[in-house]
Design a protein around this ligand. Structure first.
Ligand SMILES: *Cc1c(COP(=O)(O)O)cnc(C)c1O
Length: 368
């Protein structure tokens, strides 16, 4: 059956006739921020049950015209990925473990009843976009081109069933250093009322719906002076899961590094997974197990937990300062600086990504 075979990946390229000038691009790249500016091109492909994946194309960046009855606008059948392209000192551009993103997109697709995109289409689409927009990859410092692959139900139909027309796209956004003034601890709000994801739900899938559910608690965090929310499990409200978009690590005074074990409702971060390996390389014992909120609070208070950090592609590794809740707070970075182990792991990872350290695990792939 034609839908079962993987068509060869050979995208058509339509150059943007209104691409920004060198000066306009330079002005944006001078201070790109995060998620504000987009490159001159985007990638698109379509899926239908009969034709499978087809029509891969690089086209000028621009709005998508959607019928108001497009399924994703009503039932949120949508998934996404996030990865970065890194410019190395010699001008080459690299990706960090893109196959892991491709495989996670396939797992997310299964959970959201979307079609799986072949790994070669994922990596090919990202490469094709970087090639078209290679002038947009920022150089110097901890800057990168952030890539956002996403897939959504594009069938025009209000009935509730998996969409029979699906669109896959990749857009790219130049990103400045996440911490331009040096890495600083972030404060975290413990959500006692809301969970990010439930048992049997979509917590392990990278889908927009999980983010929609995290916005109200995120607002509550901001009202309490915190930049991020920590979520507990939805059954016992006891086990630490993760932040809205980052996984968590705890450094113990005995040198052991602990991260909450994957529970089915925790997102399997590629940064989280890479740190499991890197921390072992650096000589630490690393354990995946359940961590209760009492262990976190008491551990920081009595010194058995010496550092806490969050991790994800956007900010890489972020030290956690205060954990606040209604009626109390603790501080795991009282001097306002990242801890020693946090800094060591952060450097080890970014040095690989920017080509300053040997890539012992074969994580880097040259894009262009
Ligand atoms: C994307 C994401 C992460 C981090 O994953 P990375 O692959 O490390 O970027 C963590 N938690 C959630 C909920 C996410 O969506």
């Amino acid at each position: 059956m034609s839908a079962m075979t993987t068509p060869a990946f050979s995208p058509t390229i339509q150059k943007n006739p209104n691409a920004r000038s060198d000066d306009e691009r330079a002005a944006i790249l001078a201070d790109p921020g995060f998620g504000n500016h987009f490159t001159d091109h985007m990638f698109l492909a379509e899926w239908t049950p009969d034709a499978g994946w087809h029509d891969p194309r690089v086209v000028p960046y621009g709005p998508l015209l959607l019928d108001p009855a497009t399924a994703v606008l009503h039932y949120a059948q949508e998934i996404f990925e996030g990865l970065k392209a890194y410019a190395h000192a010699d001008g080459s551009v690299w990706l960090f473990r893109p196959e892991a993103n491709a495989e996670r997109l396939q797992r997310s697709a299964r959970r959201l009843a979307l079609p799986e995109l072949p790994v070669e289409w994922f990596t090919g689409s990202v490469r094709a976009l970087i090639e078209a927009d290679r002038e947009w990859v920022p150089t110097g410092g901890e800057r990168s081109l952030y890539l956002r692959p996403f897939m959504f139900a594009s069938e025009v139909f209000l009935g509730v069933r998996p969409s029979q027309h699906v669109t896959y796209s990749v857009i790219a956004s130049p990103a400045g250093a996440y911490f331009p003034g040096g890495v600083k601890p972030v404060d975290i709000w413990l959500s006692s009322e809301y969970s990010r994801a439930g048992a049997g739900g979509t917590g392990a899938a990278k889908c927009g719906g999980n983010y929609a559910a995290s916005l109200l608690p995120q607002q509550e965090a901001a009202e309490n002076g915190c930049a991020q929310v920590a979520f507990l499990d939805s059954v016992e409200h006891r086990w630490v899961e993760e932040l809205g978009g980052m996984n968590l690590y705890f450094v113990q005074s005995d040198g052991t590094i602990v991260t909450p074990a994957l529970s089915g409702s925790i997102l399997e971060g590629i940064t989280r997974d890479s740190i499991l390996t890197l921390a072992r390389d650096l000589g630490h014992d690393v354990v995946e197990r359940r961590v209760s909120i009492d262990e976190w609070r008491d551990g920081v208070a009595d010194g058995t937990i010496t550092e806490v950090f969050a991790c994800g592609t956007a900010a890489v590794v972020t030290p956690v300062g205060h954990l606040k809740w209604r009626g109390g707070e603790i501080d795991s970075a009282p001097d306002g600086e990242p801890g020693k182990v946090t800094s060591e792991i952060r450097s080890a990872l970014v040095d690989i990504q920017y080509g300053r350290a040997e890539d012992r695990h074969g994580w880097m792939t040259r894009a262009v």
